[in-house]
Design a protein around this ligand. Structure first.
Ligand code: GP9
Ligand code: MN
Length: 629
């Protein structure tokens, strides 16, 4: 035994296999990662391998076995520290480490002490691969290798590790389309890419935005500021401050689209309660309100609502710019003495909400941990909307008043599945199961909103609140155009497709008697100025791109995040100019001036975000900081 010489790559093989297996075991015991099927389990198992093969494989470039060993020991220690730090962090925050938390100590103030308090002696096992490797290095004698075979083997080795990386990415993409471009959830990234690749990806995303930020300065705001001020409108005297001092409840209606309102599907009403609100004496209903979200979906709609800035063209701004300076609606209401919070029964790291809400100045985030989900209360993505609303209203009853509480629903989410007892209407009968089920989940969401109203009344919160509800984005994508055409009884041209981006928007002010249908062309970017004016909170020096929908001067020009737009006369979609109303194709000349403005406006907004320019702006005075004005 003592004289036995082991094959030349034994130490490398031990390092890779022990770290790989240890990582997989730690995934199971150190975190609560949800796995729904065998493919996800297989990806989770495979995911640490590609980076380990590459990183540890670099040892092949060392000539002496001694140096190889040292390098491998160092790397095993580094990967162990990374993995273990995440475990310790997760014990406290139920989240994975992302670069900004290491620098934003004000966000996670007691990070160091919390982490230190969660260390146990048995945690040494998280370093078991390092310990095993140390023993192997001490005990095993390794054969020398000749130069020629080294080069050949090395090449083959790195080709193999590249192939495994692509296999991993391919499987991850199949499991979660657009995983890297949308980057929605840290858990999903870790699950699909592996902990080590996740950190590399995180470093890439964060340093890209930090670099853009570093080169920006306040002077870049001058043009943007001039543009914003030039497009400012006067509020409507009648509506200004009409809800002053009341609680503000904003409900995000997941995936709800306007085409389902005041319509039937095979003789069945889809949204009976919301339909009644469209004629209610205390409700203003906006049938020509469009979503303006990009890849960040729900989070983009939240971003528009809070900031009246456009989300980004690539990636989710909640992820890429979660540490920027913002001047959110929550912060403004907070300054007026409002208790501000978001209620959403999902994992808090989804869309990086836990971090972003800190930047948006939201006092409290009631995530899934604040709900008790009983047997039968969960479907599809998580807690059903009806029990969610019931428990959310119970939370509100405990809140100091006035409060601003945002409620984000979840049941009407792709793939639109429901338990039988919650199916209040039949499915549609097209070739798209997605569209067929969508009607049922929309009907369920409508029912849930009714429960919300009833519960608010029961708890005595209704009279003193204003309830705003908006659809976050489409539920039915263009992949289902054939089925949509069957339902609507017309072909889905780019013009129709743009019209399908309408989502409902309601402003319900109990006892106001202000109910009417406001059919102005409008979008989510208008939510903030509209709501703030109703609440009697001035926003006329703010850097916002939307305008108050109750103002006589509101311009009917709504720009989608992808560059399409709608005005009262035109719709620009699929690079074609259409006449709004008839859908007739018309000369590009009509649209040209708007196309130019749409591009400019999206660019201005993007510049603010990429350069983190609001840090150079004093919203109280409307002055640019560090420049003469
Ligand atoms: C997740 C929920 C849904 O928490 O908001 O997100 P989506 O996929 O619609 O953007
Ligand atoms: Mn959504």
């Amino acid at each position: 035994m003592v004289n036995k010489k082991w094959p030349k790559h034994t130490i490398l093989a031990i390092a890779i296999i022990t770290t790989w297996l240890k990582t997989y075991i730690v995934y199971q015991i150190g975190f609560s990662i949800t796995i729904d099927n065998v493919r996800q389990e297989a990806i989770l198992f495979l995911s640490p391998l590609s980076l380990l093969l590459f990183l540890y494989g670099l040892s092949l470039f060392f000539q002496k076995q001694k140096n190889k060993n040292r390098y491998l020991l160092a790397m095993t220690l580094v990967t162990s520290i990374i993995l273990y730090s995440n475990v310790a962090f997760y014990r406290f925050f139920s989240d994975f480490i992302t670069l900004p938390v290491l620098f934003q100590t004000d966000n996670f103030g007691d990070l160091g002490s919390s982490a230190a308090a969660s260390v146990y002696p048995t945690d040494i096992l998280y370093f078991s691969d390092f310990i095993l490797l140390l023993a192997a290095v001490k005990l095993l004698q390794i054969k020398e290798e000749n130069k020629e075979s080294r080069k050949r083997h090395r090449k083959a080795y790195f080709v193999l590790s590249g192939a495994i990386l692509f296999l991993n990415l391919g499987l991850a993409e199949a499991e979660r389309p657009q995983l890297l471009t949308r980057s929605f959830d840290r858990e999903m990234l870790v699950k699909n890419l592996g902990m080590y690749n996740y950190h590399l990806y995180d470093i890439y995303v964060q340093s890209k935005s930090q670099a853009q930020r570093a080169f920006a300065d306040g002077s870049e705001l001058t043009d943007v500021h001039n543009y914003v001020r030039a497009n400012q409108v006067e509020p409507s005297e009648e509506m200004l401050g009409i809800a002053e001092g009341k609680n503000l409840i904003v409900v995000t209606l997941e995936s709800m689209q306007t085409f389902t309102l005041n319509q039937e599907m095979n003789g069945q009403t889809i949204t009976p309660f919301l339909n009644s609100l469209t004629e209610d004496e205390d409700t203003v209903y906006f049938p020509n309100f469009y979503h303006q979200t990009g890849l960040g979906k729900t989070s983009d709609s939240e971003f528009l609502l809070e900031n009246s800035l456009y989300p980004l063209s690539g990636g989710a701004v909640f992820f890429t710019h979660g540490g920027n300076t913002y001047n959110s609606m929550a912060e403004k209401l907070g300054n007026q003495g409002y208790a501000t919070n978001v209620q959403h029964a999902n994992n808090k790291s989804f869309w990086n909400r836990d971090m972003m809400y800190e930047s948006l100045g939201i006092d409290e985030f009631l995530d899934i941990q604040s709900y008790s989900v009983e047997e039968g209360q969960s479907v599809n993505w998580g807690m059903k909307d009806i029990p969610f609303f019931e428990q959310s209203v119970a939370h509100m009853a405990e809140m100091p008043q006035p409060f601003y509480s945002r409620l984000i629903t979840l049941t009407n989410h792709h793939p639109f599945t429901l338990d039988d007892e919650d199916k209040l209407i039949d499915e549609f009968d097209s070739n798209s199961g997605t569209l067929n089920r969508f009607f049922q989940t929309t009907r369920y969401l409508d029912e849930a909103v009714k429960v919300l109203f009833d519960d608010l009344k029961e708890q005595g919160l209704y009279e003193n609140s204003i309830i705003v509800m908006y659809g976050d984005h489409y539920g039915i994508s263009e992949n289902h155009n054939d089925a949509m055409a069957q339902y609507l009884g017309k072909e889905i041209t780019p013009y129709e497709s743009a019209q399908l981006q309408r989502v409902p928007f309601f402003v319900h002010i109990p006892g106001s008697g202000q109910g009417h249908v406001n059919d102005k062309i409008s979008g989510q970017v208008d939510l903030r100025p509209t709501i703030l004016n109703l609440m009697g909170v001035e926003s006329d020096t703010d850097m916002q791109f939307g305008s108050d929908l109750f103002s006589e001067e509101h311009e009917e020009f709504t720009i989608f995040r992808d560059g399409r737009y709608v005005t009262d006369d035109y719709v620009f979609a699929g690079n074609t100019c259409y006449e709004n109303g008839t859908g007739a194709e018309i000369s590009q000349e009509y649209c040209a001036p708007f196309s130019e403005r749409a591009l400019a406006e999206l660019n201005y907004s993007e510049r603010i975000i990429n350069g983190d320019l609001l840090r150079f702006y004093d919203e109280e005075t409307g002055h640019l900081l560090g420049t003469e004005q």
